[in-house]
Design a protein around this ligand. Sequence first.
Ligand SMILES: NC(=O)C1=CN([C@@H]2O[C@H](COP(=O)(O)OP(=O)(O)OC[C@H]3O[C@@H](n4cnc5c(N)ncnc54)[C@H](O)[C@@H]3O)[C@@H](O)[C@H]2O)C=CC1
Ligand SMILES: O=C([O-])CC(=O)C(=O)O
Length: 338
Amino acid sequence: MEQRPIVASRQQPVRAGRRQAVIEARKVAVLGAAGGIGQPLSLLLKMNRMVTELALYDIANVAGVAADLSHCNTNTKVTGYTGAEELAGALKGAELVVIPAGVPRKPGMTRDDLFNINAGIVKTLCEGVAASCPDAIIAIISNPVNSTVPICAEVLKKAGVYNPRKVMGVTTLDVVRANTFVAEAKGLDTKDVDVPVIGGHAGETILPLLSQATPRVQFSPEEAAKMTERIQNAGTEVVEAKAGAGSATLSMAYAAARFAESVLLGLSGEQDIIECTYVESEVVPGFQYFASKVRLGPDGVEEFLPLGPLTAFEQEGLEKMKGLLSKNIEAGIAFANK
Ligand SMILES: NC(=O)C1=CN([C@@H]2O[C@H](COP(=O)(O)OP(=O)(O)OC[C@H]3O[C@@H](n4cnc5c(N)ncnc54)[C@H](O)[C@@H]3O)[C@@H](O)[C@H]2O)C=CC1
Ligand SMILES: O=C([O-])CC(=O)C(=O)O
C-alpha cells in the first residue's frame, strides 16, 4: 500500500495504530451537538486532525459547548449554531453530517418507543441537509436507526438528491461491544479483535457473526447464544444502569468518532477502510436496508462485502429478524411519505 506522509500533530486517531490521511479542508457538522452523545463526540472530532472545521448545531445550549471546545489547542475550527434558522449555516460546505439529535430511552422502553419524537426530528434535519449540503455523507445515530435511515433516504429522494452510498446508519457501537465482550471472554487484547455485526440496530435485528470473528474463536452453541444475547441487549444494559438518566453516550461517542474517522479516511482516498453500517443494500435478498461490512471510499460506500458463510445459529438469527426489520423499515418509509 502507498505510504502517505503523516503530518506531525498531537491530534490522535481514535483507532490505535491507524494512520491518518494528508490533511484536506474538511467540514463536519454534528446535529444534536449539545447532548449526551453530541458533546463527547464533538470533543473526539476536535481531536481528529482530518476535521478542519467542526460545526455544532442544536436547538439549545450549543453556544457554550462550542466556546468550551474552541479553547482546546487543536487546529480544528469550532463554530456553534442554535435553532432552525441557523441550521443552514451549520450545514453549508459540510462533507460529513453526523446526527445524534433526539431523545434517548428510559428503562422499560424499546428503541421503537422513540419513533414518535425522533422520526420528526430526523426528517426535519435531513430536509436541511438536502437543501444545504446535498452531497454530504450522512451518519445517523438517532434511534430507532432501523427506521430513521429509511426516513432520511425518503426525504432526500423527495428532494431529488438521494445517493444510497451516502446515507449510513451508525451501528459501530454493536461492533465495539462485540469486540470488547469477545476479547474479555477469550482473554484477548481488544485491539486485535474484530467481530462483524450485521442486520439492524435493535434487539434481535442485531446479529453478531461470532463465527467470523478475527482472530478465530471457538464458542459452544450455548456460549454463542449467550454472547449473542449479551451483544443484542447491551444498549438495554446501559439504559438500566443509568436508571432513567439516558442511554449509552460515551461508548456511542467513541464508536461514532471511529466511524466518522473511517468515513473521512475513505473520502481522502485511503484504501481498505472497512466498517459495518446500516444502509440501503442488496446483500441479503428481502432486506431493503441492512447492516453489513462495506468498503468506504471517496463517494461513501464503495463496495458491499459478501456476508460469508453463516452457522446454522446465525442463519436462524437472520430469518428471525426479517419480520421486525421489515416492519421498522416500512414504518420509516410510511412516516416520511405521509
Ligand atoms: N445508534 C446507536 O448505536 C445509538 C443511538 N443512540 C440514540 O442517539 C440519540 C441521542 O442520544 P443522547 O445524546 O443520549 O440524547 P440527549 O437527550 O442527551 O441529546 C440529544 C440532543 O439532541 C438535541 N435535539 C433535540 N431535538 C433536536 C432538533 N430538532 N435539532 C437538533 N438537535 C435536537 C437535544 O437538544 C439534545 O442536546 C437517541 O435517539 C439515542 O437513542 C444512543 C446510543 C447508541
Ligand atoms: O439502547 C439504546 O437505547 C441506545 C442504543 O441504541 C445503544 O446503546 O445501542
